[in-house]
Ligand binder design. Sequence first.
Ligand SMILES: Nc1ncnc2c1ncn2[C@@H]1O[C@H](COP(=O)(O)OP(=O)(O)OP(=O)(O)O)[C@@H](O)[C@H]1O
Ligand SMILES: [Mg+2]
Length: 257
Amino acid sequence: MSPAALTITDATVDFGAGPVLDRVSLDVAAGEFVCVVGASGSGKTTLLNAIAGLVELDGGTVAVDGRQVAGPGPDRAVVFQDDAVFPWLTVARNAAFGLQTQGVAKAARRERVAEVLATVGLTGHEDQWPRELSGGMRKRVDLARALAVRPPVLLMDEPYGALDMLTKEKLQGDLDTIVSHEGMTVVFVTHDLEEAVFLADRVVILASHPGRVAAEVQIPFARPRDPELRLTPDFQALRGEVLHHLQAVAGPAGVAA
Ligand SMILES: Nc1ncnc2c1ncn2[C@@H]1O[C@H](COP(=O)(O)OP(=O)(O)OP(=O)(O)O)[C@@H](O)[C@H]1O
Ligand SMILES: [Mg+2]
């Protein structure tokens, strides 16, 4: 998997009630992990969907390695908040879905599925059905399916929002390890500032009505990251900085710490 650069230039989206995104520009370097935070309704999902090619722009462009995006494509895999695991397929077949769509031959498919299930920690669960899995395991299946096709860009919209704290921290650690090993370009939307600072190379803060990039905070920690990093003063200072930017754009009553 070779990561791609993502260039968003003056992206504007208007569903008819005024712009939801107003000339949003964002450059994500190949291999960079960007977390996007912002108040509810600030346009985070709209931005992610615009990058995915699922929402049409009313102005501006999205380009992957310089090629303009005109719709969904295999160069950008998406993991949504609600898991998209197919209940009628086993874990292995769910993971193989994108490969099958791309017409990858059976032997190569098997090999890649085994590899990707090992990557996400699901070896031994190949023949289980989604109904037999916990919420955290279903998110692993989602990630396996996204990673299987080796997408140069991975887009994630609050993937761990519905999970308990311990499961969430485990999955964050695993994602960090995966990203460290595989080298991917990631745009990850979250409400959770601790999650953003733990995962990101850079946190982008969106302001609301209309959505625009209000501030950015660089996160300089090396990877892979130790879970204990969260307890360090440097980590908490960066979290505080992101919170400060959010409060500045939302007003004092707009954010719950
Ligand atoms: N398909 C659509 N049609 C009309 N309006 C939409 C559509 N999608 C989003 N919106 C509006 O755009 C604004 C931004 O929505 P979006 O879902 O991008 O916000 P968000 O930052 O992801 O919020 P949350 O944190 O709650 O997920 C909201 O006011 C929403 O109602
Ligand atoms: Mg959203």
